[in-house]
Design a protein. Structure first.
Length: 155
């Protein structure tokens, strides 16, 4: 995402050692205590997983937002895209989008069977393509424009 996004879109990447909603909440709460956070312009929050993104949103919404502060309307992006969490949270409007990471076990088992039965050497690394939920063409127009940098974060 960072390689393909427009230069005008400022992404705050949220990382935490605790991949939970509490971890996301505390990471953002700590960041918001910094004086520099008040002046930083952010267009989107991207978290390591859906739980962190949901916790980040909760922390930002809990803060008393000053008039004109755009952080209350930020899009939140997660990763995992499980049906009962990430995808459900997108449908509920908690997250703007999530990346669905498909299961890798079937690919790993196929490679293992091929290596054992057919003595076929396997590559050191096999990539599995993730995809967006919702697909970009299914996003509402405002969310899509915000993620592409076409609308100011204060709208």
């Amino acid at each position: 995402m960072l390689e393909t996004k427009p230069a005008s879109v400022n992404v705050r990447v949220l990382k935490s050692v605790s991949w939970t909603e509490d971890g996301g909440f505390h990471a953002v709460e700590s960041w918001l205590r910094l004086s520099t956070a008040r002046q930083e312009h952010i267009d989107v929050v991207q978290a390591q997983n859906d739980f962190l993104a949901a916790g980040a949103r909760c922390a930002i919404e809990k803060q008393t937002v000053a008039p004109g502060d755009h952080k209350s309307s930020l899009p939140f992006l997660g990763v995992d895209g499980l049906a009962r969490t990430g995808q459900a949270w997108v449908r509920q409007g908690i997250l703007t989008a999530t990346v669905i990471v498909p299961p890798v076990t079937p690919h790993a088992l196929e490679a293992l069977v091929a290596a054992i039965n057919n003595r076929i050497p396997q590559p050191e690394r096999t990539l599995v393509a993730p995809h967006s939920f919702p697909e970009p063409e299914q996003m509402d127009a405002k969310s899509a424009r915000r993620l592409q940098g076409g609308v100011s974060a204060s709208t």
